[in-house]
Design a protein. Structure first.
Lengths: 250, 250
DNA sequence: AAGTGGTCTAGACCACTCA
DNA sequence: GAGTGGTCTAGACCACTTA
């Protein structure tokens, strides 16, 4: 094929990917729509199979498309859950503010599975925060609409919660925080550290993540009013499923 | 049915990638170390070139490795900046003529480039928040240690800041927030929405991101004490360069 | 000059989905 | 059964880095 001399000469697979991306972002191709497959791209652009795959891989790694074996490659949908960090200063109280991203704020039910409660040694970084390695550890996975969206691991100083309901799989109404309050250890102050990165294979598996989906990692420590750490919680979130919201005053 | 990507026999490229990943995470291969290249993998495992590339692509897309043309594939380093959410925007920080960024960099030198200040129509979502499309828009790029780490676009309601220093490239000591305070529009409340996703090509280019690096997107709106929106700021952060921190009370 | 990663071709066999 | 994506081979030419 004759090529016109272009100063910014992008490789073929990039040009094809750019074209498909534009069609997705413009709304011409919508959530769940089928993209041109490998065979279609090979025919349309007179390219080899590997090149067509490379073009589609770009979009898959950007999280814009999802491949389905034996079926096709489809535009990916994004319907996040809104997670409120500091809800205390709800913006509805002081302004007619509106959210920039649409999110399903309706009470979609969370289900919890894979609950594991064990007594073990906390990793060094966590032990440094809690003041010692002896800990009760609660691991669980949260799902919404049958889809896993979050992995969470909580660490509690062993001597503080030993023999309490915090060490039981079912913590009853109000959850662990209510049980901590029963012990006179009500959390009063929180600090959260937020990162984003690509998932490890184990996280990809447990969260059922398609390619090109980063995870948000939140490390949150809860302190009592006197300032003693009572919980350290490490959460791994499907980034396509969440929008985090924080409200605060100057 | 739900796809479970757990075949009994992992493909060759996955096994090779898993082995290399283990060597990285165990610390055997450290920041900046060179990984076995395509030729080495072809020889070691008796595989074709494309298969070796596929194995390396896994690690590159996970953000664990960075390819360098004509040189090799290297283990990637991660040295983040700590960005304080609620604490860093306290009135004391900018009331004394210090820029917000000072609190973030902890002495590391930073530069601002690509400053652009224009009057234009805000996108629909932003116009909805600010109460109208007429806006002054400030775009800039922040770098630390010579490396771009953040893109930011701020929107100000045009009628509020018209003719003020907010519309100038250089806003003087204390930055735009101090100038807003001069106008009697001191920000009192903030709301931040945080997402993570893979970058668009433009973001990849402007931030100089290697493959496998997500971006953190923060959409922050600032309100005056009466509750009027005075700024909407959309930030795109290199996720490998940042840790966000939020502190709040129960 | 040798080695490296970037791009591309032209095939092949497989497991899976869907009509 | 036809079509799809997943994996893999065996080549090729290129631009770039390094010594």
């Amino acid at each position: 094929m004759s090529e016109s001399p272009v100063p910014h000469d992008l490789p073929i697979y990039r040009r094809i990917a750019d074209g498909l991306r534009a069609r997705i972002l413009s709304g011409e191709l919508r959530d769940g729509d089928r993209l041109p497959g490998e065979n279609a791209l090979m025919a349309d652009y007179s390219i080899a199979r590997a090149t067509a795959r490379q073009a589609l891989a770009v979009l898959i790694n950007e999280g814009l498309a999802v491949p389905k074996r034996g079926s096709g490659v489809y535009v990916r949908s994004f319907k996040p859950i809104r997670r409120h960090g500091s809800r205390r200063l709800s913006r509805e109280q002081w302004g007619e503010g509106r959210a920039i991203w649409d999110a399903d704020t309706r009470g979609r039910p969370f289900t919890v599975d894979e609950v594991e409660v064990v007594r073990e040694q906390a990793p060094e970084e966590v032990a440094r925060i809690l003041g010692g390695p002896d800990a009760w550890v609660r691991r669980r996975r949260y799902s919404v609409d049958g889809r896993p969206v979050q992995l969470a691991t909580s660490y509690f100083p062993a001597q503080l919660v030993e023999g309490s309901p915090v060490t039981l799989p079912d913590t009853g109404p109000g959850g662990v925080y209510a049980r901590l309050a029963d012990l006179g250890l009500a959390p009063a102050h929180f600090t959260e550290e937020v990162r984003a990165r690509m998932p490890a294979p184990r996280e990809t598996e447990f969260l059922g993540l398609p390619g090109g989906t980063p995870v948000i990692v939140i490390a949150r420590t809860a302190y009592t009013s006197p300032g003693s750490p009572v919980e350290h919680n490490e959460m791994v979130l499907d980034s396509a499923a969440y929008v985090l919201q924080y409200d605060f005053d100057a």
